[in-house]
Design a protein around this ligand. Structure first.
Ligand SMILES: *Cc1c(COP(=O)(O)O)cnc(C)c1O
Length: 377
């Protein structure tokens, strides 16, 4: 069976983990965490990047830093992972779900303004499949309504919008290094801070509410509990694993893109015949091949497709059940306007195997299986 995902492994991970062990520094913020932070800052031209224990906790930090009051509203798409919604719930906010665009599965920037009320404080832009949301429009709306913007770029590491790295355009950007993402540390993530006014608050929040970071830089002579905080710094063991992958980030990216492009070319004729729809990459967006999906006619067609491919040794999987239709979605939020695309598009989307070092042989097997399926229906 061809797996849907195999976590990336490039070869130097264990060497670096051993280095961390041998240096007697396995807790957070050692040499590997520092190297990863600096790499993210330099590569993406980010003001500040801090590794976290997950993409979810990077989102938690971002929302907590927005300083929301009970009853404040946060706008987000319903077609996303639960973590995008948990973070504003933790910060005490109400969720306002907005419909997606069918071409990218990203929040429909044209439907955001209608959802804004006096209580709206934040817009979360989720860059689905590593393809950017329409950031110029979203940032303009935010500026005019005095809202903060958080980019859930969990899937968007190495992608760009008009030349800018995803995660570096809003007030905060959140990356994930979970084993299902393009670069991994098992569980982990990073918070990108684009406004330097939040640097110190973020360090305190991440270090259990203490000014320990300032102490280590020699800026205060003893450290103390200065505000609410939690522990969001990952172990050096995880950071060492990630460092091995960031060193060869371009190679991983190119390898994934080669698979993505091969799928796209192979399936173009199926789209022309009207059997499937392929993903759209808008002008100005450069993506990172996080995901390859196709869309079938409807839920029934998708279920049949997944079963048929499984029988042929290919593991394809569907994706999010819209959050507004989930029990917690009813509890914590509301859908603004009409659900024109969120439910319909989510029911017909299916993801194909795509990971670093998927072999040519397996790639051809997937392509043949998909083609064979449509020849036979
Ligand atoms: C993976 C993911 C997250 C959560 O990241 P973790 O590192 O698994 O906590 C959040 N949002 C989106 C869109 C994701 O894909």
């Amino acid at each position: 069976m061809i797996s849907f995902n195999i976590p990336p492994y490039v070869g130097n991970e264990l060497t670096y983990i051993k280095e961390a062990v041998d240096s007697y520094k396995i807790c957070g913020d050692g040499q590997f965490t520092k190297k990863c932070n600096a790499w993210l800052e330099e590569k993406f031209n980010a003001q500040k990047a801090l590794l976290t224990t997950s993409g979810s906790t990077a989102l938690d930090m971002a929302l907590l830093l927005c300083d929301l009051k009970p009853g404040d509203e946060v706008i987000l798409p319903s077609y996303t992972f639960s973590s995008t919604a948990n973070a504003p719930v933790l910060a005490g906010a109400k969720l306002v779900f907005v419909d997606i665009r069918p071409d990218t599965m990203n929040i429909d920037e044209k439907k955001i303004e209608a959802a804004i009320t006096k209580k709206t404080k934040v817009i979360i832009a989720v860059h689905y499949a590593g393809v950017s949301c329409e950031m110029d429009t979203i940032l303009d709306i935010a500026r005019r309504h005095n809202l903060m913007v958080i980019e859930d770029a969990a899937q968007g590491v190495m992608s760009t919008y008009k030349g800018k790295a995803l995660g570096t355009m809003g007030d905060f950007g959140c990356y994930s290094f979970h084993e299902t993402k393009n670069y991994s540390m098992g569980e982990g993530g990073a918070l990108v801070i684009n406004n330097p006014a939040y640097n110190e608050k973020a360090e305190i929040l991440r270090e259990k509410g203490t000014n320990r970071a300032k102490f280590f830089r020699g800026q205060v002579d003893k450290y103390t509990w200065v505000d609410f905080g939690d522990s969001y710094l990952p172990s050096e063991l995880n950071a060492a694993y990630l460092w091995a992958q960031l060193e060869v980030a371009d190679e991983i990216n190119e390898n994934r893109l080669a698979t993505w492009n091969a799928y796209y070319e192979a399936f173009k004729p199926l789209e022309e015949k009207g059997y499937i729809e392929l993903p759209t990459i808008p002008v100005g967006c450069v993506h990172n091949a996080h995901m390859f999906y196709i869309k079938l006619k409807d839920l029934e067609a998708r279920t049949d497709f997944i079963e048929a491919l499984k029988k042929d040794g290919v593991n394809c999987v569907f994706h999010y059940i819209p959050l507004h239709s989930a029990p917690a979605g009813h509890k914590f939020g509301r859908f603004d306007g009409e659900d024109e695309y969120t439910t319909r598009e989510s029911e017909r989307l299916v993801r194909l195997p795509l990971y670093y070092n998927l072999t040519l042989e397996d790639r051809e097997h997937v392509i043949d299986s998909v083609k064979k399926y449509f020849e036979n229906i």
